[in-house]
Write a protein that binds this ligand. Structure first.
Ligand code: FES
Length: 131
């Protein structure tokens, strides 16, 4: 019996050894890197508070308080594309209901790992999104 227990441990440990606190995040967060693109926010969904778009596996949103936020658009649970809810200022996965805050942190599972947050800088009507 003791040999079976040792064998089971040796099978389970290698995937997370060397970074136990971050291994789930790294395995379940297919965030694009590096990210570096510009968007014209003078027209389209980002011209309106509460609007959002998907670009290069990044979801970019204009909040109701008129700031821009950007996170990886792939749910860390099973890979569905997330949506933005302007009323709550959160990102929601339509597949199993995971909810992420505006920084990409998990507020409600089943997702366990956060989304990757990207930087945004607005110059005139050009929004720079970058990692
Ligand atoms: S794929 Fe997003 S919660 Fe399951």
């Amino acid at each position: 019996m003791a040999q079976v227990g040792i064998g089971a441990i040796s099978v389970l440990l290698p995937a997370c050894i060397g970074g136990l606190s971050s291994c789930n995040k790294n395995q379940n967060n297919p965030a694009p890197t590096p990210v570096d693109f510009n968007l014209d926010v003078s027209n389209g969904p980002l011209a309106t508070k509460g609007g959002f778009i998907l670009n290069a596996n990044v979801i970019v949103a204009r909040t109701l308080t008129d700031t821009f936020i950007a996170v990886s658009s792939t749910c860390t649970h099973q890979g569905s594309t997330i949506n933005y809810s302007s009323k709550s200022n959160v990102f929601i996965c339509p597949n199993h209901g995971a909810i992420y805050d505006s920084n990409g942190n998990v507020m409600q599972g089943p997702a366990a790992a956060s989304l990757t947050k990207y930087n945004t800088t607005l110059t005139g009507t050009s929004l720079h999104v970058y990692s």
